[in-house]
Design a protein. Sequence first.
Length: 485
Amino acid sequence: MKRVQPLDRSAIALMAILFTLIVLLLLSGDRTVPQVRDFNWNNQQVGVENTAFTLEFNRAMDWDQVGGNLKIDPTLDGKVSWSGRRLAYTLTDPMPYGTEFQVQLANIPEANRGPSHQPKMMQPFDGKFQSRDRAFVYLGVNGKEAGRLILRNLTKNEKTVLTPANLYVLDYRMYPLGDRILFAANDLKVQEQHDFNPQLYTVTTGLQVDAPDLPPTPASAPGKTKLVLDNEKYQILKFELSQDGERLIVQRGLHRGERVGAVSLWQIKDGSTQQLEGVTGGDFLIAPDSNTLVIAQGQGIALLPLDNQQSLEPLGFLPQFGVVLSFAQDGSAATMLKFNQDYSRSLFLVTNQGVQRELLKTKGSILRTAFGPQKQSLYCLLTQVQSEADTSETPSSATIDEEDYLEIPYLAKIDIASGQLTKLLNLVPQNQTNISLAPDGSAILFDQVNTEGVQESSTLKILPLDTKTPRPDLVAAGQNPVWLP
């Protein structure tokens, strides 16, 4: 008979102990407490693109009681749904920026498993998250700030000059998390000679964002500048950044050679630069899907694929429109401008389902539009035509005589469902006004030329939209403001 070794005796003893423990556990029932295992927004910074959070439990719960006892402070209106052991809370109203929220849940039983089952009460849950800071960027106009990008954080009451003194910024675009900015800038010496020969750079804002379902942005001090595209061979004329921040389209003209001045479009993605064959001029944007170029071609708007460089056959063509003004964040709709034969202009809502609906027809100009966060409202920069002889009355839609006239700009809100227009604020006439709608829909930023002093300057104003009689507040000296996403 084979002798049992000491190691074998130890293994047999351990197996017997484990078997006994398993039997005792089965006989005594499940003693674990119901609890929240995961809250996907916990300690995260949430933006307007985040429309729902989830709570994952370790077992099925009495979902009606969960929905009824879920507390969010401050209140965020939303709808509850569930699947398996996961509850989803979908927001029905925009989340205000610059706010910290607390989510609490307690005294909720697990799901009843039958007549002989005594449901256990869950372990109290306490989670926290915050919306992103209320912050915007603008171009300075005075003294050492002139031509430099400046970050103004309203939540923290901080102001930071981002770009160096030797660069004069001409235009810029925001990356999706607001941690970086893409900008075109002249060397200051070139700018002083009133020349236009910018290069493209990025600069860090110093904001570190921990967004749900995304890796955290790396910590970086504000003001770190990096060259993206030089001007050695080509002059940079225009550029656009895709919504996902992964693709850059640049319109460039040749500096020298046999084809001096020839204009071409280039794509920069994954570190490589490639010319888009067969596409030259025309105003353009990148659609929210980040894969489609929307460009004015001939007598209409063409939609071109950007991923398939072998073929730039249009995905679609809209011959009746001349300008694309804006897109809804999710890409489901756009606003487009139509030039009518009677010299009026029409603002159209165009959806990805093929709907084309006129929202406004005017003898004035339609300069800017922006979708509200829930796509229920459209905020617009418009003008009304007035003769210089009588600026106290708005002329009828009849054709203006050959006398001098002014276009008076104003901010307006259009209800997309009904088409009703509400005037928000009259603005002073100027060559160009820039507007930016806050991502949570709470306010509009705009710039206004100030001609009262000896030297012309520009000021930034903010128009709150959460009051019945909004009044603009002065916030800074600057121009071309853009809210951080």
